[in-house]
Design a protein around this ligand. Structure first.
Ligand SMILES: C[S@@+](CC[C@H](N)C(=O)[O-])C[C@H]1O[C@@H](n2cnc3c(N)ncnc32)[C@H](O)[C@@H]1O
Length: 81
């Protein structure tokens, strides 16, 4: 996979999407607030969060049958066990 570096990453949308696609990503910003936002959206969930996976019944219980039927197949590959 390509490596992605966004030197002016702001809120981190480009590194986030690149990481979601499986790239090794790097973000940078001169603004310390943007830097903290990037840490909160890119780094901390991977470091401290749980993987977002559901069984079919867990998802249905949380979001309902209709939401379950509307999930794209690609999304199911990543988030269902
Ligand atoms: C338009 S925003 C970036 C938006 C981002 N690429 C996105 O898709 O969400 C531009 C960012 O560049 C940062 N910036 C401006 N000059 C900079 C510099 N010399 N070094 C690093 N970051 C800089 C600003 O703080 C700002 O957050």
């Amino acid at each position: 996979m390509p490596k992605v570096f966004d030197p002016f990453a702001g809120g981190g949308a480009i590194p986030l999407e690149a990481a979601r696609l499986g790239c090794k990503t790097y973000g940078n910003d001169i603004n310390p607030v943007a830097h903290i936002i990037q840490k909160g959206s890119l780094e901390f969930p991977q470091k401290y969060g749980k993987p977002i996976t559901y069984s079919n019944s867990e998802f249905t219980k949380l979001y309902g049958e209709k939401a379950f039927r509307n999930i794209p197949n690609e999304w199911k590959t990543y988030h269902f066990r």
